[in-house]
Design a protein around this ligand. Structure first.
Ligand SMILES: [Zn+2]
Ligand SMILES: [Zn+2]
Length: 169
């Protein structure tokens, strides 16, 4: 969805978002992704657009340790000041904005909210999702899921120098 800066009324513009971003090229990041619920508030600034937004969705991904599917809520909120290319090239807008606010450049005085949403969802995906904090993963030797059962690999794999000690215990 494209929004032109000139379309934003002086009191700002609130948008509930139902348009799904295009996930071409990144589908491998999840097994499935629920439709993204998002809302935006846009303010027209003298030299750009101030965007606050929030979204939530649910991704089904593989646990980084045991490779079982796990459903993970993904949500975030963000505030980004988009400036016109000319202002940004002078560097003033970037230096003047608050340190805790992201600044980006928009082309032709308009914003692609679908693309903005896509970027923020991708940034919010967990890098190493776990089915639970204490997931025990797979045995590196026999591949068994150690959350469900145990194997004897670790016993057999012990340091051979310690074997006499283990027999004593
Ligand atoms: Zn796991
Ligand atoms: Zn094993």
């Amino acid at each position: 969805m494209l929004v032109e800066r000139s379309q934003i009324p002086s009191e700002g513009l609130d948008l509930e978002f139902f348009e799904e971003p295009c996930w071409e090229g990144v589908e491998g990041l999840w097994l499935s992704l629920a439709p993204v619920e998002a809302s935006f508030h846009l303010e027209r600034e003298a030299d750009g657009i101030l965007v606050s937004g929030a979204f939530k969705t649910t991704a089904v991904v593989l646990c980084g340790r045991c490779s079982e599917p796990v459903s993970i809520p993904v949500s975030d909120s963000f505030t980004i000041l988009y400036t016109g290319a000319s202002e940004a090239s002078r560097g003033e807008a970037v230096e003047l904005s608050a340190a805790d606010m992201d600044v980006d450049v928009m082309q032709d005085d308009r914003l692609d909210l679908t693309e903005l949403l896509r970027e923020n969802v991708l940034l919010s995906l967990p890098l190493q999702p776990l089915c639970r904090a204490e997931c025990r993963g797979l045995c590196p030797h026999c591949g068994i899921n150690l959350n469900e059962t145990s194997c004897r690999c670790r016993v057999q794999d012990g340091d051979p120098r310690l074997l006499p000690l283990q027999q004593l215990l």
